[in-house]
Design a protein around this ligand. Structure first.
Ligand SMILES: [Fe+2]
Length: 379
């Protein structure tokens, strides 16, 4: 890939020399400020909230207005918070209960569905099981279940070599986990189709440009649990205005909830029941995204950065759970069909913004990045 981003800034202004183990294999994830502990705490009024209702409107003007709000978000703060999205709250409530039931099991029971014992990247990822920030080589203080569309083992696309298709590695307990999280996945896929439409308006492509590539998408759900770290910080919901602070107490920045990274696909939705998600702005400053009732945070992934030829940047983000209690989140990564060629849209290329990327298969980029983050290369 011909990525022309400046990689010389690597670990950011606050961290000095790059750690010995730094690997220059993740150009999307190299940004100023990446390891700064300081975070801006925004009030709800300062958060980029988008009313998504217009995407369902028969009026083209309403749908285009949602597209403009997306464009403003991804040429500005790099994220948005989606409200009025029509996603059923009952599905979130059931998923939340089932995931708490699973993460309350003993480590021994949870390890019975370990992801490395399964062929297609599904199953339990234990505490400190990965390091999302490839520049630190630490261990992330969260545990998760990776799941996706539950396809049969003899799915023809899987048999033809598309490694990430196939069956889920479901836990045996709680008994309703499969129903609760499988339903969550299905509803997210539908929400993702609507978000794909919003990107079509944001980028003024033909209607159907993205949704036509979203027929058997390489999308995943990451079902997450973050234990609390450091001294609790009061909820920012009551904050009258933005304020900056670092986490109190002993927090090793190489062992936060999940280290700084970009997501690998087109975009991601995050439901969170407590604060912790932070996004890095172009100014090199971290911002905490408030946990808003019934809302999803949306950040951009690498594939959309390629498609927009850097007009929209994939969002560097991390999690530090300073809420003082266990934090549960549901993270949905939205890809497109495995064999779609991703390359800059013609409308994004100009003399001022020349062609930056060679085409890459959507599935191949995900495979490359997952292999670098998880421990397949150590098997
Ligand atoms: Fe992420």
């Amino acid at each position: 890939m011909n990525n022309t981003q400046d990689t010389s800034a690597n670990t950011g202004a606050t961290t000095g020399a790059a750690p010995e183990a730094f690997r220059h294999d993740t150009a999307f994830q190299v940004r100023d400020g990446i390891h700064s502990p300081e975070v801006l705490r925004l009030s709800a009024a300062e958060t980029h909230v988008v009313d998504f209702g217009g995407i369902y409107s028969p009026s083209l003007k309403d749908r285009q207005a949602v597209g403009r709000a997306f464009r403003d978000a991804f040429t500005g703060p790099g994220y948005l918070v989606l409200q009025n999205h029509q996603f059923p709250q009952s599905v979130i409530t059931r998923a939340r209960a089932a995931m708490e039931g699973f993460f309350s099991l003993s480590v021994e029971d949870k390890m019975k569905c370990h992801y490395l014992d399964w062929p297609n990247h599904r199953g339990y990822v234990p505490l400190e099981g990965i390091n999302a920030d490839h520049s630190l080589m630490g261990g992330d203080m969260s545990e998760a279940i990776e799941m996706a569309e539950d396809l049969p083992a003899d799915d023809p696309d899987r048999l033809s070599g598309n490694r990430f298709y196939g069956p889920n590695n479901w836990p045996m307990s709680p008994a309703n986990f499969r129903w609760a999280l499988g339903t969550y996945y299905d509803c997210q896929i539908e929400l993702g189709r609507q978000i794909m439409r919003a990107f079509e308006y944001a980028l003024e492509t033909d209607e159907g440009f993205f949704t036509s590539k979203y027929t058997k998408p390489l999308s995943r759900t990451r079902v997450c649990h973050y234990p609390p770290q450091g001294a609790p910080v009061p909820s920012q919901a009551d904050a009258p205005e933005a304020s900056a602070s670092g986490p109190d107490g002993d927090i090793d920045m190489a062992h936060i909830g999940i280290g700084a990274h970009t997501d690998y696909e087109c975009f991601t939705t995050v439901w969170q029941d407590a604060e912790g998600l932070q996004m890095l702005g172009d100014d090199g400053r971290w911002r905490m995204v408030p946990a808003m009732e019934g809302a999803f945070a949306v950040n951009l992934g690498d594939l959309m950065q390629i498609w927009t030829n850097d007009q929209f940047k994939s969002t560097l983000h991390r999690v530090i759970n300073t809420s003082g209690r266990d934090r549960y989140s549901l993270v949905q990564f939205f890809g497109v069909d495995y064999d779609v060629d991703v390359e800059p849209l013609s409308g994004t290329v100009s003399p001022d913004n020349p062609w930056r990327y060679e085409p890459i298969k959507a599935g191949q980029h995900s495979e490359n990045m997952v292999s670098a983050t998880y421990h397949y290369d150590e098997e």
